[in-house]
Design a protein around this ligand. Structure first.
Ligand code: HEM
Length: 136
């Protein structure tokens, strides 16, 4: 017997554009208000510039593409867009947990949450600055 999810991409199981955009809407609002994230001066400076709507668009498009949806992401790659922020492992963990909270908040079931979080984890080494990386 085949499972209910057989053949359906993570993108489809997350509810496509509407589902993903809804989760990112919640996530970006949390991140902009996240005091721990804002302790990083470069992150705070970016957040103080505003631009929530554009950032939501970029993160939605990235997530759509990464989960097997249409290739719509027009932004920079993960290394290029984070190098200047000098992200630490702790800061990555903080954002990771915030993403998980948003997925939970908008009702994404555990298997899809776990699958999405594995994608996020796979980008850790590109987002955390080389000088801040824990020895493997
Ligand atoms: C795997 C985890 C992450 C993903 C998928 C992600 C995704 C993105 C995307 C799609 C962009 C836009 C790229 C562009 O401008 O073309 C971006 C930029 C940015 N990210 Fe992340 N991010 C991650 C982790 C983090 C972490 C851990 C932090 C902070 C601690 C962070 C803070 C920022 C900031 C401040 C920008 C704007 C940089 C600028 O334009 O000056 N991100 N991220």
């Amino acid at each position: 017997m085949s499972g209910a999810n057989e053949g359906r991409s993570l993108y489809e199981r997350l509810g496509g554009i509407y589902g993903i955009a809804g989760a990112v809407d919640d996530l970006v609002d949390r991140l902009y208000d996240n005091e721990s994230a804002n302790r990083n001066p470069a992150v705070r400076q970016f957040h103080e510039k505003g631009g929530h709507a554009g950032f939501k668009f970029l993160v939605t498009a990235w997530s759509v593409q990464e989960t097997g949806g249409p290739r719509v992401y027009p932004g920079r790659d993960m290394r290029e867009s984070h190098t200047h922020l000098k992200v630490t492992e702790d800061e990555f963990d903080n954002v990771y947990t915030t993403i998980e909270q948003s997925l939970f908040q908008v009702g994404v079931p555990k298997p899809e949450r776990d699958e999405f979080m594995a994608i996020i984890e796979s980008y850790r080494s590109m987002v955390v600055a080389p000088e801040n990386r824990d020895a493997a």
